[in-house]
Design a protein around this ligand. Structure first.
Ligand SMILES: [Zn+2]
Length: 512
């Protein structure tokens, strides 16, 4: 058999794909070589390819060509359904074994196997069922494929222990080749995948380019996380959406969605987490899939298996625990290959932290975000296709800081965060229209913002410390100005602010 010819023929005929990528051909070629030329030894292969790069073709095409059946294991139902619909669309017969099927259903499905169907899509829990296992043992199993194999490590230890039995199952089925596919994996994860699936150290590991060149990585600094999130999300123009905002907890998705919705009425937005009813989640998935400019606030529960290709912006309200998870989640953006952005919100307090985690270092230190991310995965990259550091677009200070400093300079003695916030966000606050502050040049400067959040952000500003302590000389002194000059400057400010007070008093009287 001319492997390359057969591979391209099927890609072309069944999947309408004309150009396969080199790593796809490499993986498929090796699978077929093992199938047809290596009869004795049980082989394994680990393939690391980013999501959206034609990962599943690497095992779907060989499973059509191999002599025996192929068992494809997925961690999630959504992924199974996705694969089934892909296969059905290509006109390739397959069966799906999952929970909730009756004996009659199963008998019908196994009947299809007898009639020459070669692809079985299933999940670990169903596969563990002795009845299923025994039925499958009747056939020669050419490929045992585990997709999204990093979930073995992430979930296997805690809430789905059956994952750790996958290697055993493959062995009892007498699978000729065990293949693990994953989008991102660090050294530790790979080790664990090899251990669980019993893939030897010498076995082949194919690493596709994990880098997603069309994603531009940026840090978004803020004093207050909510204030920053609101400002950032509001600033996303229509062409920067649909956007997805990753939170760490279910509660965060709800609260943040409500907060942003309260302030940005014109953009459709919803929240999504694993605690919602299944029907509700499906409805949300459908809504977001169709949405052209919506925003989805979600936990990591969203995403796997949902193939929305046109997400333009991925925002991390909070960072996930590992680089792998980060790349996986930010990689939801730009799956259509068009330019997309990934933001990570970092608070000023986090920047000052002593013991930063890896991901925080990537997004706070002065170096290329992309190269730092890839280095953590053991990959080298010389060229960066876009990050705030390489394009000299790093936002050094939170956007609120300029406004705040102006306010502080104007009133170094009587800076009251609550009052300052009410002046800045004035237009939204009708009560303030009566206030003498309305002549303030900063009146409504932050009218798009949320007053409570601005006040909260002020309270977190390190600069404010000086003013509140009344030692405003230090404000200048710390900027590297000599003490004598600082004293003079502060006297000028003192006089000026007295004058402003005096004038304001006069205007007030005149108004009366
Ligand atoms: Zn860069």
């Amino acid at each position: 058999m001319n492997y390359l010819y057969e591979i391209t023929r099927i890609a072309n005929e069944k999947f309408k794909i004309r150009n396969l990528k080199p790593y796809q051909i490499l993986v498929m070629h090796r699978i077929l070589e093992n199938e047809f030329e290596n009869a004795v030894k049980r082989e394994g292969q680990i393939v690391i390819l980013p999501t959206g790069t034609g990962k599943s073709l690497c095992f779907l095409i060989p499973s059509i060509l191999c002599r025996g059946i192929s068992i494809i294991v997925y961690p999630l139902l959504a992924l199974m359904n996705d694969q089934i619909s892909k296969l059905t669309k290509a006109g390739i017969p397959c069966i799906c074994l999952r929970g909730g099927q009756t004996n009659k259903d199963r008998r019908a499905l196994f009947g299809k196997l007898k009639n020459g169907c070669k692809i079985v899509v299933t999940n670990p829990e169903t596969l563990k069922n002795p009845k299923v296992l025994n039925e499958l043992k009747k056939y020669r199993v050419s490929l045992f494929v585990v997709d999204e194999a990093h979930t073995i490590v992430q979930w296997g230890k805690t809430f789905r222990p059956v994952f750790s039995e996958l290697g055993e199952m493959a062995e009892s089925l007498g699978a000729a080749q065990v293949l693990a596919f994953t989008a991102t994996a660090g050294e530790e994860t790979l080790k664990e995948i090899r251990r669980v699936l019993r893939i030897s150290e010498e076995s082949n590991t194919v690493v596709g380019d994990v880098d997603r060149e069309n994603i531009f990585y940026s840090t978004y600094p803020t004093y207050d996380r909510d204030e920053g999130a609101l400002r950032l999300i509001r600033s996303l123009r229509k062409e920067q959406r649909p956007a997805i905002v990753f939170c760490n907890t279910r509660m965060e998705t709800v609260l943040l969605c409500h907060l942003v919705h309260r302030n940005v009425r014109t953009v459709p937005m919803r929240y999504y987490h694993a605690g919602l009813e299944r029907a509700e989640r499906e409805k949300l998935e459908k809504w977001f899939l169709k949405s052209r400019d919506g925003i989805l606030f979600c936990t990591s529960a969203y995403g796997m298996g949902v193939d929305k290709s046109n997400i333009r912006t991925a925002v991390h309200y909070r960072r996930p625990a590992t680089v792998q998870e980060y790349l996986q989640e930010s990689g939801r953006a730009g799956r259509d290959g068009r330019a997309s952005k990934a933001y990570v919100i970092v608070t000023e307090r986090e920047k000052l932290k002593e013991d930063k985690d890896e991901l925080l270092k990537v997004f706070t230190e002065d170096r290329c975000r992309r190269r730092s991310l890839l280095t953590l995965l053991g990959q080298k990259k010389n060229e960066c296709s876009g990050c705030d550091w390489c394009s000299a677009q790093v936002i050094r200070k939170p956007e609120l800081s300029n406004t705040a400093l102006k306010m502080i300079r104007k009133r170094p003695f009587r800076f009251d965060p609550a009052k300052a916030a009410s002046i800045l966000c004035a237009e939204k606050n009708p009560a303030m229209l009566e206030s003498p502050g309305r002549i303030d040049s900063m009146w409504g400067a932050e009218k798009e913002n949320d007053q409570d959040l601005v006040e909260r952000a002020f309270l977190k500003m390190p600069e404010l410390k000086y003013v509140q302590e009344g030692d405003f000389k230090r404000l200048y002194y710390d900027k590297g100005i000599s003490k004598a000059v600082a004293v003079v400057l502060s006297m000028i400010v003192k006089l000026r602010s007295r004058l402003v007070l005096f004038r304001q008093g006069k205007t007030k009287k005149a108004d009366e």
